[in-house]
Design a protein around this ligand. Structure first.
Ligand code: GTP
Ligand code: ZN
Length: 204
């Protein structure tokens, strides 16, 4: 008899001192081998509302200081917010390039340099505009005893995904940091074509 392999598994946790404060890092793995992490800060009781950020991997923005997108700015701001609030969780999902992967994102950037927008570039490469899944967030939050959240995002799809997984989202906190001349057009496209919510005056 074969037992069904779980889709996602919790693996291990450790202390993670950072420039922003001391977090704990928690590792998770998908059956495919894809690895993800959650960072937690502070303490809470089960049922408390916990501030969280769900962040999809962006190597260029998160680690290489790119200003083509807002990712690096948002990541840093989210960690700062969590430390200021005294508690919170970052779910760092390894779905680079809205799920198309790093090298395809570079191909998409090249197409955007010749005039396509971020959605047209994905489609030109044969991908949907957004291939991400948030299913693993449920295991990550359950593991950390988080059932009710305040979500830092401009992306209503993340709210809907959490609600459909049975996580109670009591509020959305906009995270509109890092709008630069290099990414204004990209963020405007996300607002017009992908449903992101940005205050229009931020693009002026
Ligand atoms: N395919 C593609 N992906 C991109 C591009 N620019 C950034 N990304 C990816 O977009 C994703 C952005 O992730 P998030 O910041 O978590 O999500 P979001 O949909 O912007 O929502 P919020 O930031 O929460 O408002 C990352 O995986 C980036 O690698 C691009 O031009 N093309
Ligand atoms: Zn990015």
């Amino acid at each position: 008899m074969t037992s069904k392999q779980p889709k996602y598994e919790y693996v291990s946790s450790a202390r993670l001192p950072t420039r922003h404060g001391e977090f704990r890092i928690h590792g998770f793995v998908e059956a495919s081998g894809q690895e993800h992490v959650a960072l937690s800060y502070g303490k809470w009781e089960k049922g408390d509302t916990v501030p969280i950020r769900i962040h999809s991997e962006c190597l260029t923005g998160d680690a290489l200081f790119s200003t083509r997108c807002d990712c690096g700015f948002q990541l840093e701001k989210a960690l700062q917010n969590i430390v200021e609030r005294g508690q919170g969780v970052l779910l760092y999902l390894r779905q680079e390039g809205r799920g198309i992967g790093l090298l395809n994102k570079i191909r998409a950037y090249n197409l955007q340099d010749s005039g396509m927008d971020t959605v047209e570039a994905n489609e030109h490469l044969g991908f949907d505009a957004d291939l991400r899944s948030y299913d693993i967030c449920k295991l990550m939050l359950d593991t950390l005893d988080v059932t009710q959240v305040e979500l830092m995002t401009n992306n209503p799809k993340k709210l809907a995904a959490l609600e459909s997984l049975g996580v109670n989202v009591v509020a959305r906190k906009p995270i509109d940091h890092g709008i630069t001349a290099d990414n204004k057009h990209y963020l405007k496209t996300k607002t017009e074509k992908l449903g992101h919510v940005f205050d229009p005056h931020l693009f002026k």
